[in-house]
Ligand binder design. Structure first.
Ligand SMILES: Nc1ncnc2c1ncn2[C@@H]1O[C@H](COP(=O)(O)OP(=O)(O)OP(=O)(O)O)[C@@H](O)[C@H]1O
Length: 223
């Protein structure tokens, strides 16, 4: 999901995209090669709901279908670059002009959030592609002497409703406050000045060691 406070090309403030990942071997076996989710035309999704019991006297073994509509619905063949280009690249201009933007992934465990956001060295995800784009644009702007940018980074975890600064961990949790200038903010979080995508990926790796729920950043690089 991506959110911006500037209008993007679609003139919308919130964009919701669904991504279907390839089925694992086990999932393919379980469904006899027949997936329960079908993407129709990059926007519409049909989900098959199988009857709880095949002995259901009313429905037999017939399934029901539910249809959903998204701004984008990506099938399992969609690559990382297409996802980035259609959901997130549109936000970078606004960010460089000082607007806020948020992109987050939501889904069950194993749904593909980490793959979509971080990806692999061969197939970098949204976060890595955004950072590459952002710093490339900043360096072009520096060369052209247009603007000078300062980029700072912070990394926090909300776990059991407690906020922890992953780059400056302590036993004291941080508070969420409403600041008259900045709006909602986490009071006392440490801000780190960075000058490249590699700096941020290094800080993410450092912060991940303090997460309550650990996911590996592997050897993801900024490329
Ligand atoms: N689009 C995709 N193409 C290929 N493999 C994928 C894709 N999405 C996810 N996977 C693979 O599926 C597995 C689960 O994905 P991932 O770890 O990203 O899930 P997650 O939502 O982050 O899970 P968790 O919430 O448990 O951390 C991984 O092995 C990942 O490489």
């Amino acid at each position: 999901m991506a959110q911006t406070d500037v209008d993007d090309a679609n003139d919308t403030k919130v964009l919701v995209a669904l991504r279907v990942r390839p089925l694992s071997h086990k999932e393919l076996e379980d469904c006899n090669g027949e997936a329960d989710v079908q993407i129709m035309d990059k926007r519409h999704v049909i989900v098959k709901i199988m009857p709880k019991s095949l002995d259901d006297p009313l429905r037999g073994n017939r399934h029901r279908e539910k249809r959903y509509t998204f701004d984008y619905a990506f099938d399992e063949h969609t690559d990382q670059a297409e996802i980035y280009n259609l959901t997130t690249r549109i936000l970078v201009d606004g960010v460089l002009e000082g607007f806020n933007a948020t992109v987050f992934a939501y889904g069950a465990t194993g749904a593909g959030k980490t793959y979509t956001m971080i990806g692999t060295p061969d197939s970098p995800g949204i976060m890595v592609l955004t950072l590459q784009d952002l710093f490339e644009r900043i360096s072009k702007s520096d060369e052209a002497n247009e603007f000078s940018f300062k980029v700072t980074f912070n990394y926090l975890e909300v776990y059991n409703e407690n906020i922890q600064d992953l780059l400056s961990p302590s036993s004291v949790y941080l508070d969420l406050r409403e600041d008259p200038v900045k709006g909602m903010c986490v009071a006392g979080i440490s801000d780190w000045e960075v000058s490249s995508a590699a700096d941020i990926l290094e800080l993410l790796r450092r912060g991940n060691r303090h997460r309550s729920q650990v996911t590996s950043l592997g050897s993801t690089t900024a490329g």
